[in-house]
Write a protein that binds this ligand. Structure first.
Ligand code: KG4
Ligand code: ZN
Length: 331
């Protein structure tokens, strides 16, 4: 069965063709990151306009790369929630038109469920073999811990009570003038920094539940920056050079990354242990983070838990995960 997937929930216009739920024949993206960069974040109305402009050629290129005709499409799958409404509407309108003209069924896909399913796409990295699996979905919009019994059945056990982990990366990167999107920028700066330099809080690490909170951490970083970086605090001593400031910035990035990773990994491992589930998957944009991958794999192996990640191209928003999950919605 060939499923055409469409994803426009945020700043990626993506169309993919996936065979029988796992074999990705094509996954084409048009990224708006360069465009939104100058605003320091996604501007929904402008983003929606760009989806409208680009979705036609992204669709044509997905068919071409997969080497199929539109006549071969058996099913259309589209992300309908959650996401930015003007952006989602564009993909949904395109999908509805396509489904009607091809006379093929249309399935609605939840974006967070699709991120979790990205773990099961055929790829170079090992994929989980079976269910159940604990999945941490961690992106710009969400931080959620769930137990999956199948691609389409899950129980949400915890989520953030305020900001998502990705949002915390993005907002701190903005405070530090490191650019957008913040996650990759913080990761790059952190390579040069000392993760033990600043002892940022590990919010809700011992809260006794599986919820998260990142808003207080973001504020802790803001206060630290105001107190220590000259760019915010001109009263700081004269011999404070831009070189010192640069390294202070790297240290903040490394310490923040370490605080976020500690909380995400410990809570996920705790849940897997409590439920006696030996598989943990981490998906969504933040799962591209190298430090998160290293620590999760290390903590998993200490606890007898196999830890899985999507390939980097399936961590951030993509339509392959949407098409893959679409297959399981009609089976
Ligand atoms: O899944 P995604 O592409 O979009 C949403 O569904 O929100 O995730 C985007 C988020 C952004 O917050 C971005 O900063 C973060 O994922 N991200 C990262 C990395 N790459 C992307 N965070 C940390 N480290 C990374 N390497
Ligand atoms: Zn996403």
């Amino acid at each position: 069965m060939l499923v055409l997937g469409i994803e426009t929930s945020c700043d990626e216009t993506s169309v993919a063709v996936v065979k029988d739920g796992t074999e990705v024949l094509s996954s084409v993206q048009h990224s708006q990151v360069k465009f939104h960069e100058k605003y320091g974040g996604v501007v929904p109305e402008l983003g929606a306009r760009m989806h409208v402009e680009n979705i036609g050629h992204v669709y044509n290129s997905a068919l071409e790369t997969a080497d199929i005709s539109y006549k071969n499409i058996d099913l259309v799958a589209v992300t309908t929630e959650p996401g930015l409404a003007p952006a989602l509407n564009c993909g949904v309108a395109f999908a509805k038109g396509l489904s009607a003209s091809l006379r093929k069924p249309l399935v609605k896909i939840n974006h967070i469920m699709a991120h979790a399913y990205s773990l099961y796409l055929k790829q170079a990295l090992p994929t989980p073999k079976k269910y159940p699996i604990v999945v941490l979905t961690v992106s710009g919009g969400h931080t959620q811990l769930s137990i999956f019994e199948s691609p389409t059945e899950c129980k949400v056990v915890g989520r953030t009570v305020d900001d998502s982990a990705g949002e915390c990366f993005d907002k701190v990167a903005r405070m530090l003038n490191l650019g957008y999107p913040g996650g990759p920028a913080i990761e790059k700066a952190a390579i040069e920094g000392d993760e033990f330099a600043v002892d940022f809080p590990r919010p809700m690490l011992n809260s006794g539940d599986y919820n998260f909170s990142f808003s207080g951490l973001k504020t802790a970083v803001l206060y630290h920056i105001r107190d220590t970086l000259k760019v915010f605090n001109p009263a700081i001593s004269e011999d404070y050079t831009s070189e010192i400031e640069r390294f202070a910035t790297y240290d903040i990035a490394a310490s923040l990354q370490s605080a976020i990773v500690d909380v995400l990994v410990e809570k996920s491992i705790d849940l897997a242990k409590e439920m006696k589930i030996t598989q943990l998957g981490i998906a969504g944009g933040v799962s591209a983070n190298t430090k998160l991958r290293e620590i999760a794999i290390r903590r998993g192996s200490e606890s007898g838990i196999d830890v899985f990640f999507p390939e980097l191209k399936y961590c951030t928003d993509n339509a392959a995960m949407v098409a893959g999950l679409g297959y399981h919605c009609v089976k």
